[in-house]
Ligand binder design. Structure first.
Ligand SMILES: Cc1ncc(COP(=O)(O)O)c(C=O)c1O
Length: 353
């Protein structure tokens, strides 16, 4: 970041941003890429470029990030209606149902102008979409002349898990958003990827949204490092996630379960039994507070050493744990000591009825 060559990216003159964009376009086998501040902006730009007319409709999974966590930007800013299709637990959805969802022939209906899928699927626990399924979705979209966007915030995790090139995973997609700030562990930034024409339009709209950054090479440099140095190590996050999942499941507690087979990448979802009064918010709080000393039988509550376990509550009964490049084996073991201690404690305190 310190040594990156800089210029004004709004004029397309930042060499580091330009290098990142062409690197990403090549990696994904597409013509062009656009560096943007966030995954949310990247997805919104895709919706805005693909859905040319206000009142158009985009089909997205009911568990998708675009639908659940992006402030309804598609409706708010683009004037696009999000129609949801039910996600299966593996992040896919039913293709027959998709076929029935396309609308626009009837004068009463909005015109379906986009389909979006998510890979890996965050709310479904970092699940990797099967390549064949993606290609089938693409074929259906093609038949209806509707573009396909992939929210690939964690596409590189999917590529590593499948041992397939990212280009193969997105071969049927017209646009893709990838994030450097998730498993790739850069501080900030995403890329929107697609054809020259698509990216040209997105570049204008990025300016309108206030996402045109000047000497952005400072942060783009971190994204280059993420691709060069963190990407080859994602496999270790996946291995650590397996260890974590198996350890939790191996505790054989009635209150907590992990679907070990369902851990495809760096995300571990912990299910709390419906028959326990415990809520995942309480679990998250306790994990954040517990000290290592306490786990050794001492009564201190301050976080005195080691790691802090910061998890996310996804619903009352579901908590997400996530591995990334900054977590070493040693830190994982310290986290496991805390997790084991807290899980046993709460399993006793809030027994399954
Ligand atoms: C699948 C997915 N898409 C998009 C985003 C949005 O990324 P950002 O937080 O950079 O806006 C996230 C963020 O967690 C995500 O998980």
């Amino acid at each position: 970041m310190v040594n990156s060559a800089l210029g004004d990216d709004v004029f397309g003159e930042d060499p580091t941003v330009n290098m990142l964009e062409s690197k990403v376009a090549t990696l994904l086998g597409k013509q062009a890429a656009l560096y943007v501040p966030s995954g949310t902006m990247s997805n919104l730009l895709a919706v805005m470029v693909h859905c040319k007319k206000r009142g158009a409709e985009a089909i997205v999974g009911n568990m998708s990030h675009i639908y659940k966590y992006e402030q309804g930007g598609a409706a708010h800013i683009a004037g696009v209606l999000l129609a949801t299709i039910q996600n299966k637990p593996d992040g896919t959805f039913d293709l027959k149902e998709l076929e029935k969802k396309f609308r626009g022939e009837d004068i009463h209906e909005p015109v379906t102008s986009l389909v979006a899928i998510e890979n890996t699927h965050n709310s479904c626990g970092g699940k990797v979409l099967p390549v064949q399924w993606i290609d089938e979705v693409a074929a259906i979209c093609n038949k209806h002349s509707v573009p396909l966007h992939m929210d690939g915030a964690r596409l590189m995790n999917a590529s590593v898990a499948l041992k397939e090139s990212p280009a193969k995973l997105v071969q049927g997609c017209d646009s893709i958003s990838i994030c450097f700030s998730k498993g790739l562990s850069a501080p900030v930034g995403s890329c929107l990827v697609g054809s020259y024409h698509f990216i040209e339009q997105a570049r204008r709209l990025r300016k309108m949204l206030g996402g045109g950054m000047r000497q952005a090479g400072v942060i783009a440099a971190a994204a280059v490092v993420a691709l060069d140095e963190v990407l080859p190590k994602l496999v270790f996050d996946h291995k650590r996630a397996q260890i974590l999942a198996k350890t939790i499941q191996g505790l054989l507690l009635k209150t907590f379960t992990v679907d070990v087979e369902g851990v495809h990448t760096n995300i571990v979802m912990v299910q709390i039994s419906d028959r326990s009064s415990l809520l995942s918010e309480q679990l998250v709080q306790r994990l954040e507070q517990v000290s290592l000393t306490e786990t050794q039988g001492d009564c201190k509550t301050a976080n005195d050493e080691g790691v802090i376990v910061k998890a996310v509550s996804f619903s009352d009964k579901m908590m997400r744990l996530c591995l990334h490049a900054d977590i070493t084996d040693e830190e994982l073991w310290m986290a496991i000591m805390k997790i084991t201690f807290v899980f046993k404690e709460l399993d006793e305190a809030c027994p399954v009825q």
